[in-house]
Design a binder for this molecule. Structure first.
Ligand SMILES: [Zn+2]
Length: 686
């Protein structure tokens, strides 16, 4: 359950976006093909590069590729590597489960037990709802506010978050301090807007959700009429929570979502709720320093604690636990199937459930990712890859340094602060220096349900234990096999896990043009996040602090308004438009990423020969575009438009490049072509 509010990722973090299967046929043992950085065979020669570069670079593949039935989307780079990783991690977990323990690995017994519990589908079937009913019995104790506080604490401790979330976070104004964060949450649909909109599409989803909820309650043993009654009460409660929550665009504002208060302040904001009982049962009675993301949401909780009868709370708590465990596939098949049908029809478009073994690799990775990741990194990540990546990172930081020194719209005081921030950025490459200690994680090989709760409890406790202790700068928020990267503004650091440092992003011996076009742009993207509309609000030490002189800040806002307008004009799917404000930070990072990596490439290369028939400059842009070739089902595109801060891949390519004079020059694109925005509309931030 990672927090993602301030972590600026490279790609969609929704589980639906990173599911994958081999492109060819259904043999789960088959190795997915290694994709080279440039593949002329997937291009569409009938499209001119100056008209639509994404269609030119990816169009041949997009026209012929058939999405595997279990896939909501398939990206030729991310998904292909993810598929290879699934095979490798599965082999490691199977070896551990069979008792062939490698003495060099830590926790192979826990990895093996967790994996075996997850894969024991017949055992899960035979156990039925026994574990669920035991947990329901505890929820039945809820009859007033003190017992509700205890019930919420019990579920929160187990990683199930009805009503609100609680986490640790760095204090935005003093990044050296770790405090508690009480955040809006508790919904079942993927965004508040699904409860609040009343167009026909939204009404359809609301109706389908209520039917799904009723069917799940019936599967859990309720008579149909009682299930229908509870459904309406639960839905009304969730809808009331949703209507006091801020939108994803509002939640992108770090000033607005920082509301520091101590325990007395929390008790004053929600006086009916017995916080002392809650915190004590959470196992963290001593917590006293907090921030809350959404003050009006605390007001709504206060109203709901007053007006909602205990029987509705009980029904809602049971439902949140049931839904969480079904999403983990820790309940019998009928639950998994019912949940899949609701989500696939409304949000992902997948035609088949992902094979269980793939789910179990992801689940084991979620529970024990740094144990599994240590074994993975030791076997599959070379030190030469680390050294080469560090060299590329340093070249791109130099390009940013030159940029900051020269950019005409900055004044000297702001420029000095920006350069100071750049100098302090920490880079983490491959895998952590210190591996996570899982000694206290409890796994039960005979019950996957209990193993999931055990892993959740371990993670929640590990997270809350950080409050009040010195900041650990060595921690990683992504496991080494993950095919992604992030910039963290509060730690002022960039992190590139081993998973993304392989072909086609990084290929040993590939021409520089290809590596800079692929992994170089990833590095430039993350670096730019430090200076996007959110990142720029933090200083070199990771504190939320305005270090911009007002006129330079206003110029920055003028430049980013151009980007908002550009992406607002793009179609996501059917008549649905991209949300320029939701995707602003990512679009700034894409734009800066290509520009910085191209500058670094030009500075680094000696003479390069043509690559696959392209000039080196053209090859850079083809490698960039082909890293993003993605087939996506329309259902997922609609979900992503509502929830994902990243633009659809087509616009992640055509959007930045149509602003870039160097691109137009490389392909000799005339003014007025589709890939050359008119000078008056061209956007440039970094
Ligand atoms: Zn990003």
């Amino acid at each position: 359950m990672p927090k993602t509010r301030l972590k600026l990722l490279l790609a969609c973090a929704l589980a639906a976006c990173r599911t994958g299967a081999p492109a060819r046929g259904g043999d789960p043992g088959a190795q997915a093909p290694v994709v080279p950085g440039i593949d002329p065979s997937i291009m569409d020669p009938s499209v001119k590069p100056c008209d639509d570069f994404y269609a030119y670079a990816c169009g041949g593949w997009l026209k012929t590729f058939k999405l595997p039935p279990d896939k909501p989307a398939y990206n030729r780079s991310f998904t292909a590597i993810d598929e290879r990783n699934l095979e490798l991690l599965r082999a490691l977990a199977e070896q551990d489960a069979a008792g062939h323990l490698d003495p060099a690995d830590r926790y192979p017994d826990k990895v093996g037990d967790y994996w075996a519990a997850c894969m024991d589908e017949e055992g899960i079937e035979a156990r039925g709802t026994r574990d669920l009913m035991a947990a329901f019995a505890a929820i039945d104790e809820v009859k007033d506010l003190p017992s509700l506080a205890r019930g919420l604490a019990r579920l929160h401790r187990a990683g199930v978050f009805p009503a609100f979330r609680i986490d640790s976070t760095q204090d935005a104004r003093d990044a050296t301090q770790i405090i508690g964060e009480v955040a809006q949450g508790g919904l079942s649909l993927p965004d508040r807007d699904y409860y609040l909109k009343d167009d026909p599409a939204a009404q359809g989803i609301q109706k389908a959700y209520r039917s799904h909820l009723t069917r799940m309650l019936v599967l859990a043993g309720l008579p149909a009429d009682e299930a229908a009654r509870q459904t309406e009460a639960i839905y009304a409660l969730e809808r009331s929570m949703a209507s006091a929550q801020w939108t994803r665009v509002e939640m992108r504002d770090p000033e607005r979502t920082y509301n520091r208060l101590n325990l007395a302040g929390l008790e004053k904001a929600v006086p009916r709720f017995p916080w002392a009982i809650y915190l004590s049962d959470l196992g963290h009675a001593d917590l006293s320093a907090f921030t809350t993301t959404t003050p009006p949401y605390l007001d709504r909780l206060e109203e709901l604690f007053d007006s909602t009868p205990p029987e509705t709370w009980r029904a809602y708590l049971r439902w949140r636990l049931l839904a969480t465990m079904a999403s983990q596939r820790a309940l019998p098949r009928a639950f998994t199937q019912e949940r899949f049908e609701f989500f696939s029809k409304n949000f992902t478009g997948a035609k088949e459930l992902e094979p269980r073994w793939k789910h179990c690799v992801r689940s084991t990775e979620g529970a024990l990712g740094f144990a599994l990741g240590q074994a993975y990194a030791r076997r599959y990540f070379g030190e030469d890859g680390k050294a080469k990546t560090k060299a590329i990172v340093s070249g791109i930081e130099s390009a940013m340094r030159n940029d900051l020194a020269e950019v005409a719209w900055m004044d000297q005081p702001t420029r000095r602060m920006a350069l100071a921030k750049l100098e302090r950025i920490v880079n983490k490459v491959g895998y952590p220096d210190e591996w996570r200690n899982y000694d206290r994680l409890q796994v039960d090989r005979s019950s996957f349900f209990q193993s999931v709760l055990g892993a959740n409890a371990f993670e929640v406790n590990r997270d809350l234990d950080k409050i009040g202790k010195p900041l650990d700068r060595g921690e990683w928020l992504m496991v080494p096999p993950q095919v992604n990267a992030y910039y963290d503004p509060q730690l002022n650091e960039m992190v590139f896990p081993a998973g993304i440092l392989q072909p086609p992003f990084f290929t040993r011996g590939a021409p520089d043009a290809v590596n800079y076009g692929a992994i170089g742009v990833v590095v430039g993207h993350e670096l730019t996040h430090g200076f996007d509309d959110q990142g720029r609000q933090y200083d070199a030490l990771g504190n939320l602090k305005d270090w911009w002189t007002p006129s330079v800040g206003a110029e920055f806002d003028r430049r980013t308004a151009c980007v908002v307008k550009q992406y607002d004009g793009y179609s996501a799917v059917d008549d649905l438009k991209v949300n320029g404000k939701l995707t602003l930070g990512e679009n700034i990072a894409d734009l800066g990423g290509v520009r910085l990596s191209y500058a670094a490439y030009r500075a680094a290369r000696a003479h390069e020969a043509p690559v696959a028939g392209f000039t080196p400059e053209q090859a850079f842009f083809v490698a960039y575009a082909q890293a993003w070739c993605t087939a996506t089902r329309p259902e997922l595109l609609r979900l992503r438009t509502a929830t994902d801060p990243h633009s659809p891949e087509r616009w992640r390519v055509d959007g930045p490049l149509s602003n870039l004079p160097d691109f137009a020059k490389a392909f000799s694109c005339p003014e007025g072509s589709g890939m050359v925005r008119p000078a008056a509309e061209r956007c440039a931030v970094w």
